[in-house]
Design a protein around this ligand. Sequence first.
Ligand SMILES: Cc1cc2nc3c(=O)[nH]c(=O)nc-3n(C[C@H](O)[C@H](O)[C@H](O)COP(=O)(O)OP(=O)(O)OC[C@H]3O[C@@H](n4cnc5c(N)ncnc54)[C@H](O)[C@@H]3O)c2cc1C
Length: 465
Amino acid sequence: MNLDKPYDLIVIGGGPAGYAAAIRAGQLGHRALVVEKERAGGTCLNWGCIPSKALLKSAEAYQAALHSEAFGFTCKEIEVDFAQVMARSRGVADQMGGGIEFLFKKNKVDYLVGTAKLIEPGLVEVTEGEHAGSSIKGDRVMIATGCKPRTLEEVPVDGTRIMTSREALAIKEMPTSIAILGAGAIGAEFAYFLNAFGCKVTLIEMLPNVLPIEDTEISKALEKAFVKQGIDCRTSTRVDDITVLDGSVSLKLHSEKGDETLEVASVLLAIGVTPNLNGVLADSCKIDLNRGYIQVDENYQTSIPGIYAAGDIVGPPWLAHVATFRAVQAVNGMFGHSQPIPMGAFPGCTYCQPQVASIGITEEKAKEEGVAYRIGKFPFAASGKAVAVNHPEGFVKIIVDEKYGEILGAHIIGSDATELITEYGLGMKLEATVDEIHQTIHAHPTMSEALAEAAASVHGEAIHI
Ligand SMILES: Cc1cc2nc3c(=O)[nH]c(=O)nc-3n(C[C@H](O)[C@H](O)[C@H](O)COP(=O)(O)OP(=O)(O)OC[C@H]3O[C@@H](n4cnc5c(N)ncnc54)[C@H](O)[C@@H]3O)c2cc1C
């Protein structure tokens, strides 16, 4: 690695935005460097998407074993080694981080572990790590430093009583009880995981529904499923005070039912994220920000020419696939390969059981915008495959434009929702009509037949309901 020779692109941050940007630059034959202060893969591979999915898989497998009589056998004396459940998740994260380091090599991307600071356009300094003190030149710089979990000033994170997702992904022992603040995707996933292993979970959400950005009908269905699983869901509930005691945490809750005190072993803060820009920009680098997030134009260029940004650091939606999409578009554009494609509809997924996945608008949004729409719906209980695999819960709902039958929004709750949503996403990208989805032959028996049936149901043509 020759840090003295100027790079075509220096990327600060090695998450899904940063690593994808550098690999794309390498594919296009450019000299790229990634400076990452922790491990390649960023939040997603190390402390987010991937380790959390490994945990959720353990929870699902455990639940399947617990309820194995549904399949005609019983598993007696199932022993949980919680430390091993966590260790597996860390192992998966480690393996995937290593995979990115391999891809860097394969694409001739230079990679160094260290903290980077943008000094001026074209100049990055490594401030910490093995290469601390190095000044590196690059014709273009991309900032892809992501976000970190939002915390509360009044209750410092200690990793035991008060945690964010980061600490929760590394616990050695399961708390006996937990209050999860925030029922967005991260809160809902941890609620499912911990409850599945026997932790007493209270899921607290200030807004009226769990997964508040999802279609209300889907959110209500998830809440019902969670309550059935034993999760105490407190929606429309505000946390007024949190006091860390000796060996527990006391929370003062307020809802329309009145005030209440809840005592739990731990609290998990799943209340959103804040941009990771501390120490990234030298004082003289006055990049336009919006509430702390870097502002970019349609080419992902910041207010300073030659400085680009992509991923969580440019603001919502805070999703890994969106981060990668934006970063690759930015690189295609900056090297004149192709004009960046504007971001269209993107899926949002929550991997608890039942899973939730959606793309496009909700029914509430369609109403709010006065769109003329029709609804198609199909319950998994009417799907032969869903019943055969013992996952009959949930349904598919699509919102289609009344005149042309184009899909405006799709919402799925059910065991494979996060895999299924891509079909509707592709349909939206290709401006497919609901009839074209219906007329596409779906293999039988598959969960995906429910997508064709939901499409058919828009015109009352579903066969199985
Ligand atoms: C628990 C959890 C679960 C999640 N699950 C999902 C999911 O299922 N699906 C999904 O789409 N999204 C999920 N996300 C969100 C997803 O992780 C992020 O959207 C994604 O990681 C954003 O990618 P990024 O490259 O913008 O930033 P990041 O992945 O955060 O990467 C930024 C990198 O920059 C590095 N960095 C910061 N400052 C510096 C510096 N000065 N110098 C060098 N390096 C620096 C950081 O160490 C970090 O590695 C989850 C997040 C969490 C916390």
